[in-house]
Design a protein around this ligand. Structure first.
Ligand SMILES: [Ca+2]
Ligand SMILES: [Ca+2]
Ligand SMILES: [Ca+2]
Ligand SMILES: [Ca+2]
Length: 333
């Protein structure tokens, strides 16, 4: 290798060596871009994470969030596109969902305002049939959107936080009517449960028949003497399976959070993970689910809560290793 070629290669190798170190350091601090509150005042915000999607189809991403008033904000400028406060004035606990609820290739925004459930179009107008109060005023802290029956329109799944022993989970049609078979559990259903406090369900077509199943766990209140359960219901609310969760001696609490669907071993079937109130983390095999289609696999979005693949960092190291190999090969010449 000539001297100049070695210098060029050395400089390139130096750049590659420097690159991973720069990537490994802290990024520049966040630079303030914009802030937007409802017109009247900045309300108290709760647990909802903002959504980002072009809901009005103008080519500009909109940011959606609210404490009590749902805001749609132009992502580039921070200008308020529209806002909506539910008639009941309720707070927004669950993450806002953005989905083509009606199956008409336009995005809708779904939000639960305490006891009021709303479907709004991309310009903030409530759709016909909404709002609805699925639980006679109790707060909804679970919201998911999935096409349960495979007809292209998305159903809306909700659950309420309340000290009640039945009718905590429900499914509403895009029209606003409650789907036949829901809410569950009904008082005569087997098992026991109390309220749902944080995004308490998952949705998947476990057997690949085009109809989605709803998977949730029950919590039975401290020292209730009742076993919490892992339940699988079909899209019509019929119970397909129910197993008692393990529990510590003298306790029968169940689980407070959402189950998580994932393939965590070497077989093709899904497993379901449950974090229990008093018996740790529990995993169940779901036999015959190798062709499952997961629609809502855990409490909030995806399994890793949107951690990106480290492809940029990996490609940097791959490049460094390739260059090191090239340099080694050149030295042998
Ligand atoms: Ca837009
Ligand atoms: Ca549907
Ligand atoms: Ca199915
Ligand atoms: Ca597996």
């Amino acid at each position: 290798m000539g001297r100049w070629a070695s210098l060029v290669l050395g400089a390139a190798a130096g750049a590659w060596l420097a690159a991973p170190a720069a990537r490994a350091g802290l990024p520049a601090p966040p630079v303030f871009k914009w802030q937007r509150c409802p017109v009247a005042y900045c309300e108290t915000g709760w647990y909802a994470s903002p959504a980002a999607a072009d809901v009005d189809g103008d080519g500009q991403i909109d940011a959606l969030w609210g404490g009590y008033t749902l805001l749609a904000v132009n992502g580039a400028s921070g200008a308020l596109e529209w806002s909506y406060a539910a008639p009941g004035g309720g707070r927004i606990w669950s993450d806002v969902a953005v989905s083509d609820v009606r199956g008409d290739h336009h995005l809708e925004v779904v939000a639960a305002f305490y006891g009021d459930l709303l479907v709004l179009d991309g310009r903030g107008a409530p759709q016909s049939g909404w709002p609805k109060q699925p639980f006679a005023g109790d707060e909804m802290r679970t919201l998911a959107v999935a096409d349960l029956d495979g007809d292209g329109a998305r159903e809306i799944l909700v659950a309420r936080a309340a000290g009640v022993t039945s009718q905590q989970w429900s499914v509403l049609e895009p029209s606003g009517s409650t789907r036949a078979g829901w809410p569950r559990r009904q008082p005569a259903d087997p098992g026991s449960s109390a309220g749902c406090f944080n995004q308490n369900l998952a949705v998947a077509d476990l057997d690949g028949d085009g109809k989605a199943e709803v998977i949730f766990t029950t919590w039975t209140q401290k020292d209730s003497g009742r076993a919490g359960e892992l339940k699988i219901l079909d899209y019509q609310g019929n119970e397909l399976a129910s197993v008692a969760l393990p529990h510590a001696a003298g306790h029968t609490w169940g689980a407070l959070g959402a189950p998580t669907l994932a393939n965590i071993d070497s077989d093709p079937d899904l497993e379901v993970l449950v974090g229990t109130a008093d018996a740790g983390l529990v995993a169940y095999d779901l036999p015959g689910t190798g062709g499952a289609r997961v629609l809502w696999g855990t409490g909030r979005g995806n399994l890793a809560r949107t951690a990106p693949e480290p492809d940029a960092l990996a490609s940097g190291w791959v490049g460094l290793l390739a260059l090191a190999g090239l340099a080694a090969a050149s030295r042998k010449r």
